[in-house]
Design a protein around this ligand. Sequence first.
Ligand code: PHE
Length: 339
Amino acid sequence: MLDRINQLAEEIKSLAASTAEEAEQLRIKYLSKKGLVSQLFDEFKTIPNEQKREVGKVLNVLKTQALDKINELKEGFASNGQGESGADLTLPGTSFELGSRHPLSIVKNEIVDIFARLGFTVADGPEIEDDHHVFEALNFPPEHPARDMQDTFFIATNPDVLLRTHTSSVQVRVMEKQQPPIRAIFPGRVFRNEAISARAHCIFHQVEGLYIDKNVSFADLKQTLLYFSKELFGADTKIRLRPSYFPFTEPSAEMDISCSLCGGKGCNVCKYTGWVEILGCGMVDPAVLEASGIDSNEYTGFAFGMGIERITMLKYQIKDIRLFFENDKRFLDQFKSAE
Ligand code: PHE
């Protein structure tokens, strides 16, 4: 038996493995329960007692040597870059791509930042609204066409549960809760029952602004919008106000900016007029202030509302509004560096 132990010891000394897998196979061959070393231990039980002392000693040395050898082989693989499975751990990992902000979020954040510099805070309200907040408190007469099924999405058959068609509803919610001074903007999603085309969508985003205090004038409105336009579209930007009509403002206006693409010379984006419309605005109608519990003898205010899609399309020369909602990675990836 001693001979066989010595023979196995020699064999084990010269063991070599070229992969972690092979080293594991060797461990199984020599050291597992049925392995060659373990077999010798089984045999050991059967030899005469007077030999046990000597043989036992040698056998224990063999087991230690075998364990050391196998460990040494395995460690070799761990430190030369290979894991137990033989994989090369020094290879670069599989990278995963970082996403980017949606262009509408980028522009919304920019708008919020600009108005924050003028002291405007941000508020929001529900997308599912009632007639009072979207229409009635904003001075829309009962027969006004905007309330019509043509424009408004109603939830189920209840005419008093609807999707807001503009963020002006948040004006009402804020005025109901808070007395002036109020200086806030309300970014949000709005819904209109419109046919989807390159220029229009049934879901889009607006930013509403509201400023109410003592002695707020139309000049304040104009200067606020001029500052905003220069900040967003560049210092050379000019603005132009055209008389318009909204039920909740009096007087009302629509604002154009000088075309940011051609600088006012005329191009196909501004339809060769040099101007593009970006928002509606006006002085808050006293009846609207009163409807929400604000004394119109003491306070005046202005409001404005703009479409984020429209502004983003102008800023980045995007020709089709549907691109914002398709989530095509080739489109979104172009805004990775725009934040
Ligand atoms: N709510 C108007 C719209 O959706 C925009 C607007 C807001 C106009 C505030 C005037 C004042 O078209």
